[in-house]
Design a protein around this ligand. Structure first.
Ligand code: UD1
Length: 430
């Protein structure tokens, strides 16, 4: 199994191109199931999760083509891909494919909407909590679907003539349930109102893609989406937004190591809360024409308290990285995780660097130390893994991060991007 070996202590200086957002690319790819015409996506990141979803979509009958680099495009440019679901040849998403990535469960929405039936394995993904699917099932039932659980599969059938618009109020904000119900409602008969939806930038990216495909959606970017069902959707060409989690991760890495980095293509408005908090830790952030500049030159890191929340709050996907930063602050900070109940697996690993972190229930109390020491650590889930990499970049001596397949699910060319900015980091095979 591959490992990452790095030697900490170098400041980060230079430019890092921000890739397309994994969490937008995945639902955009799934949206291709809604039409028999080609959907072209630009700026798709090269990630293991994208590859995995390609396999799932191909199994449903989607033809996928990756286009070559266009003239003038550098290696930072994402992939341009076409997804063409001329016919849905199979409405089953099997366990072997779905169990490794939770987002693949979301195919249930478009399959039901277009093919009027779906049989989708209950999902897997990062082990960061129970992550149930009750909100999806509640919403799909409200649209008239009949749902049964059979041998680990959700078996769903639309009424004769297809799903029927409904007024759905989510009891809890869920990114996945919002994507799924939004996609399902585009082809339902009549009007659907979705209340208390997630309003993450990735939802807006998908909603705008659906509009470009002919869907009628209002309220995009708010907590209430109104969808007037249409008979069919058509093809479109859509850009994947830059990855705000990758942006925040590199911003925290630069904050931790010191230096001056331009995050090329980053959009500050997609992570304003996190940037405001970073600024309070003492980092200088400037939005420039072609990206976000992050600078910390010689100042200490101030402790700041943080609570994770749905967008526009502080993202849970940056919690582990922020905790890594706080291990080197000049005081005591508290971090409250409110989205997932088991998202502190990085705590034991950060402790190997000498970090002082106490967890009680949802709250982690981090007492900063002037220095961390390199260590052998184990990646446990996607975002936790990268918190270990950034801790290693700031620690004295050598760090080896084991089990890095989690990183490849969500970070494109991580070692390459960091080493080009002066980090001593390499992948060790085997
Ligand atoms: C998405 C993101 C993930 C991010 C998370 C929260 C993708 C591919 N993944 O995951 O990176 O960490 O949003 O921002 O975009 N819940 C229920 N019942 C349900 C569905 C969810 O109780 O039916 C709960 C979950 O257990 C969790 C909370 O709702 O406690 C939020 O989860 P959700 O927003 O659905 O996360 P994902 O869509 O899985």
């Amino acid at each position: 199994m591959d490992r990452i070996r790095l030697v900490g202590g170098n400041e980060l200086r230079g430019e890092i191109p921000i890739s397309g957002a994994k969490n937008a690319a995945l639902p955009l790819m799934i949206a291709s199931l809604l039409t028999d015409e080609p959907l072209v996506l630009q700026n798709v990141p090269r990630l293991a999760d994208v590859k995995q979803l390609e396999r799932i979509l191909e199994n449903h009958g989607v033809d996928i083509a990756v286009h070559g680099r266009r003239r003038g495009e550098d290696d930072g440019a994402g992939q341009r891909m076409t997804f063409h679901a001329a016919d849905i040849v199979d409405t089953t998403a099997p366990y072997e494919l779905v169990s490794v990535m939770r987002a693949s469960f979301w195919v249930i929405g478009p399959l039901l909407a277009r093919a009027h039936e779906a049989r989708v394995s209950l999902p897997g993904g990062c082990a960061i909590g129970t992550r149930p699917v009750d909100l999806f099932l509640y919403g799909l039932k409200e649209l008239g679907a009949q749902i049964e659980i059979d041998e680990g599969y959700v078996v769903a059938k639309a009424p004769k003539g297809g799903l029927i618009g409904a007024h759905i109020v989510f009891p809890k904000v869920s990114v996945g349930a919002t994507h799924t119900l939004l996609m399902a409602a585009t082809l339902a008969r009549g009007v659907t109102v979705l209340e208390n939806v997630a309003m993450e930038p990735e939802i807006t990216n998908v909603a705008e893609c659906l509009v470009a495909m002919g869907a009628k959606i209002s309220g995009i970017g708010t907590r209430i989406l109104t969808i007037e069902g249409v008979e069919r959707l058509h093809g479109a060409t859509v850009d994947v937004i830059p990855d705000r989690i990758e942006t925040g991760t590199f911003a925290m890495a630069a904050a931790m190591t010191g230096g001056d980095v331009l995050l090329r293509g980053a959009r500050a408005e997609h992570l304003q809360t996190a940037l405001d908090i970073l600024a309070r830790t003492g980092v200088e952030l400037t939005q420039e024409a072609n990206g976000l500049r992050v600078r910390r030159n010689g100042n200490g890191i101030q402790p700041v308290d943080v609570e994770t929340d749905p967008f526009p709050g502080f993202p849970t996907d940056l919690q582990a990285q922020f905790m890594a930063l706080m291990t080197m602050s000049s005081g005591v900070s508290s971090i409250r995780e409110t989205i997932f109940e088991n998202r502190y697996m990085h705590v034991a690993e950060l402790a190997r660097f000498g970090a002082d972190i106490r967890v009680e229930g949802q709250v982690a109390t981090v007492t900063g130390k002037p220095t961390l020491k390199g260590a052998q650590v184990m990646a446990t889930d996607l975002r936790a893994s990268v918190s270990l990499v950034i801790a290693g970049l700031a620690a004295h001596g050598e760090t080896v991060v084991n089990r890095i397949y989690h990183l490849d699910r969500g970070f494109e060319r991580l070692e390459d991007k960091l080493s080009r900015c002066g980090a001593e980091i390499e992948r060790v095979a085997g």
